[in-house]
Design a protein around this ligand. Structure first.
Ligand SMILES: [Fe+2]
Ligand SMILES: [Fe+2]
Length: 220
């Protein structure tokens, strides 16, 4: 059975993530390279474990998290489809039909906000990916440039981000620490309302309530 360790060392996966990083950097996006792949992978595994999913599902969530953005080098707007098709092309003989179906659907679902969720791994990836905000995702170094782009500004202002699970109370909470000298909290809502609504639906699919806490204030 193919493992996360093998996927993380697969030459094509690594090359696609490398080219994705170059492509998105060129059009001024936030970091989508190995650090993002590794963080989403780890966060997905942790989340799957904390809500009590079995070991294999944890592994599949971690694999999907690592590969979810590798289609970006084909184009940003449909990257979720490219990523799923690439994954299928590389690994179609390494997973059961059921597993390859779940993984590829979860890769597509991570950026398809209107979809009706029918897959646990999709819900895990949405929560891990949409909560992955941090200062080091901002690639451009000039503060002036950062201030001009709302995505850069908002990511740059995040000094801490964690996804916390309370299994007893059935709550998943995104805890953010934001430098409000850099960006007012209202800007989060300008660009993250849709994301947070998707996280709420993903949490609900898992049987959890989604909370958002920014600088110790409960906002959702
Ligand atoms: Fe993506
Ligand atoms: Fe992502």
């Amino acid at each position: 059975m193919i493992t996360l360790a093998k996927i993380k060392n697969h030459p094509q996966v690594l090359e696609f993530i490398r080219q994705t990083h170059i492509t998105l950097k060129a059009i001024g996006y936030t970091e989508h390279g190995l650090p993002h792949a590794n963080l989403v992978s780890q966060r997905s595994k942790d989340l799957a474990q904390e809500i009590g999913l079995n070991q294999r599902t944890q592994e599949l969530a971690a694999i999907t998290g690592f590969c979810h953005d590798m289609g970006n080098f084909f184009g940003r707007t449909q990257h979720h489809y490219w990523g799923a098709l690439l994954f299928h092309q590389i690994f179609q003989n390494d997973f059961s039909p059921r597993e390859i179906g779940l993984i590829t659907q979860a890769i597509v679902n991570h950026d398809k906000y209107t979809v009706k969720l029918t897959n646990t791994i999709s819900a895990i990836i949405i929560l891990s990916d949409k909560s992955e905000m941090r200062r080091s995702r901002v690639i451009t170094k000039s503060l002036q440039k950062i201030k001009k782009d709302i995505h850069d500004r908002v990511n740059y202002a995040v000094t801490k981000s964690a996804l916390k699970v309370n299994k007893k109370k059935k709550q998943i909470t995104l805890v953010l620490k934001i430098d409000t000298n850099f960006v007012p909290i209202i800007e989060y809502f300008e660009i993250f309302t849709e994301r947070m609504a998707y996280c709420r639906r993903a949490a609900a699919y898992l049987g959890y309530k989604f909370n958002l806490v920014i600088n110790n204030f409960k906002l959702l």
